[in-house]
Design a protein around this ligand. Structure first.
Ligand code: ADP
Ligand code: MG
Length: 380
């Protein structure tokens, strides 16, 4: 089994080199929902990496527009297929990488479905969050004679530029602050940090998080679409031979709905929410653009969202954005603006100057490979 781990690690090393420094964008098209008339879709064509959207004259300027992404999942794409293409990125957390995975799209396009799954969860419909943690447990178990891992999670919500802890046992979503000066990865030191060792721990926490989110949602209907939720996984691994400690973290973010709200038509709380969402999603776009242009100043501080994710955006961190689109004709305006945002993001090549140079993270991975080799030699 050492041989297997070693091979696994080599493969990962190559994949990680490949993924590093780029923002990958995967597009996912939601199927029509049961009971919905599914006669016509805005998706004119779709293949592994391309999608063409058609606009009928009734819904705007008639025409077709094509987009290219790292991957396109059609309406029949399963949770398992989506996860399979995300796995290498997720596994790199165990090698000390910082990873950030976003779900972007208008309300109802399938963000929560991808990250968490539908409300009537089954084994088949479990989302990325659960599968990611389950995979981390499996790999850490395989490596346990070589590296000893501790895995813990935090879960927060950002609503109206306030960060709240979703893992409070008493259901009171305590307001917490972001402190970027703290230990690597721990940007919200006051939010509960819960050690997890099994998938049942994860299910319990996910339930607690959702319950806490639902509690606050009763006052304002469907608050979940107007707040960002972020599950952060912290990994610490100790190399049993060299004693080297490595730390990785992963943010799994279900963003607020990206739909534009007509400001002339909303007032009060809705206007305030819309303004905050708009501000944080455009701050995210600005940070990515600024990283792409290799500006010396990256405007992380313009929103809580970008502050929270600061150490997982840019540099050696790896980012994946799932962009979700709805197939309905009347959603075509939002679909096009979602895909345009995603196209801007996907052309970004972060830190390409460093792509061939070995960073300390890669050195660690090489160290691990030699420890594994040594362990293998001892076994033989
Ligand atoms: P969002 O979080 O973007 O507002 P949801 O994830 O809640 O959207 O999706 C809206 C509805 O569509 C839910 O009932 C969800 O279960 C369903 N849905 C979304 N994506 C898929 C999919 N790929 N396959 C089947 N049902 C989906
Ligand atoms: Mg949702």
């Amino acid at each position: 089994s050492y041989q297997k781990v070693l091979e696994e690690n080599r493969k990962l090393y190559n994949q990680v080199q490949d993924l590093k420094g780029n923002i990958r964008v995967y597009c996912r098209v939601r199927p029509f929902l049961p009971g919905q008339p599914n006669s016509l879709s805005t998706v004119d064509h779709l293949d592994d990496g391309n999608i063409t959207i058609t606009t009928p004259s009734k819904y705007g300027k008639e025409g077709k527009k094509s987009f290219t992404f790292n991957k396109v999942f059609g309406p029949s794409g399963t949770q398992e297929e989506v996860f399979a293409d995300t796995q290498p990125l997720i596994r790199s957390v165990l090698d000390g990488y910082n990873v950030c995975i976003f779900a972007y799209g208008q309300t109802g396009s399938g963000k929560t479905h991808t990250m968490t799954g539908p409300s009537d969860l089954t084994k088949e419909t479990l989302g990325v969050n659960y599968r990611a943690l389950s995979d981390l447990f499996n790999i850490s178990e395989q490596r346990k004679d070589v590296i000893s891992y501790d895995i813990s999670v935090q879960m927060v919500e950002i609503y109206n530029e306030q960060v709240r802890d979703l893992l409070t046992p008493d259901g009171v979503n305590k307001k917490v602050e972001i402190r970027n000066s703290s230990q690597k990865g721990f940007n919200v030191p006051d939010a509960n940090l819960v050690p997890v060792t099994s998938t049942s721990d994860v299910l319990n926490l996910m339930n607690l998080g959702h319950k806490n989110r639902a509690v606050s949602a009763t006052a304002m209907n469907d608050r979940s679409s107007r707040s960002h939720s972020c599950l952060t996984v912290h990994v610490q691994g100790k190399n049993m031979t060299s004693g080297t400690i490595l730390r990785g973290s992963m943010h799994l973010v279900d963003l607020a709905g990206s739909e534009r709200v007509d400001k002339s038509e909303v007032l009060g709380d809705r206007l305030k929410e819309a303004t905050h969402i708009n501000k944080s999603l455009s701050a995210l776009g600005d940070v990515i653009a600024s990283l792409a242009q290799k500006n010396s100043h990256v405007p992380y501080r313009n929103s809580k969202l970008t502050q929270l994710l600061q150490d997982s955006l840019g540099g050696q961190a790896k980012t994946l954005m799932f962009v979700h689109v709805s197939p309905e004709l009347n959603a075509v305006g939002e679909t096009l603006s979602t895909l345009k945002f995603a196209e801007r993001v996907s052309t970004v090549e972060l830190g390409s100057a460093r792509a061939n140079k070995e960073g300390s993270d890669v050195k660690e991975l090489r160290e691990q490979i030699s420890s594994l080799k040594a362990a293998l030699a001892r076994k033989e």
